[in-house]
Design a protein around this ligand. Sequence first.
Ligand SMILES: NC(=O)c1ccc[n+]([C@@H]2O[C@H](COP(=O)([O-])OP(=O)(O)OC[C@H]3O[C@@H](n4cnc5c(N)ncnc54)[C@H](O)[C@@H]3O)[C@@H](O)[C@H]2O)c1
Length: 349
Amino acid sequence: MTKSLLVTGGAGYIGSHTLLELLKAGYKPVVFDNFSNSCAEVLSRVEELSGCAIDVIEGDIRDKSALVRLFEARRLANEPVEAVVHFAALKAVGESVEKPTEYYDNNVGGTLSLLKAMDTCGIRKLVFSSSATVYGEPLRLPYTEDHPFAPTNPYGHTKAMVEQILKDWCHASDERSAVALRYFNPIGAHPSGRIGEAPQGRPNNLFPFITQVAVGKRDKLSVFGDDYETVDGTGVRDYLHVVDLAIGHVLAVAYMASGNRGFQGINLGTGRGTSVLELARTFERVTGRPVPYEILPRRPGDIAQAWADPTVAAALLGWRANRDIEEMCIDGWRWQSQNPDGYQSVVKK
Ligand SMILES: NC(=O)c1ccc[n+]([C@@H]2O[C@H](COP(=O)([O-])OP(=O)(O)OC[C@H]3O[C@@H](n4cnc5c(N)ncnc54)[C@H](O)[C@@H]3O)[C@@H](O)[C@H]2O)c1
């Protein structure tokens, strides 16, 4: 029987890439999304790329009864949901400082509502989108999973709180399993150029900023600080290809399905750091597009460098990142150049 999965936030950047990999692996994902930061067009494109129809329910994870109805409908249709892959969240660090209650409500309240609906319907497996931001300022690098948590903003606190909730949820019953995947910095796009990251307004992250400069939507890249103790003074991060990240979710679902119980936090990163200027220069070299930049003061709360120790992911999931920075730039540029306004490019036509 094809395994049915619920994918909350499946219309988002990472969710949409994961849907494709889940379909490829033979799963039957049902998307539950309120489209607060995405649009339905992405799902049509996933259908086009996979050749599979996708069930979509528009709804908010804070609506427990909508989730219970969905789980019940699947059970009655003889396609019970086996596990949940939980992406739905608000994710802008700066906005979380301005609107903390919205972030706690959506990210923590939303997850509690989801877990209660799962408990009501006897669903016991969950993969959670956590983040390297839970670690805060590094006491040592690379970050290993036992590095203490010290988030520096409300967004990071929501991720750390949900991890604690999942630990307690698993502790309360031997039959439950939860894998918190701590993503480092996902960038790039599916190699088809049909799906990718489509930020609304000014991008919060470096890579979409670079691609928007290259496509002419912005004049220059803002580089925050060139006086860090790093290879060239700019911040260093562990960038990973979004397709590698998506595959990590398929492996996490398989890990739980093969009988592993309890809570597990797992880093997903390459184990290598790349500076802002190294990323911009690699992008220029492989795409032939100039990326002018200006140096601005450091942003409060930014750390100098961060990268993962990915050995637990290799040991437990058999996962490793296979795509390099050049491939991330080439694939990300294909998406941006073919869709200069993201999914709005088609909607406007
Ligand atoms: N993109 C990154 O760099 C990054 C890094 C670490 C962790 N994460 C986490 O990964 C997950 C996915 O990130 P993304 O980059 O794909 O973000 P995204 O905004 O593209 O996707 C999130 C999706 O969740 C939906 N959503 C939000 N709140 C919802 C709610 N209450 N009910 C239903 N749907 C809701 C949005 O409409 C969107 O489609 C998030 O949990 C995010 O915090 C992302």
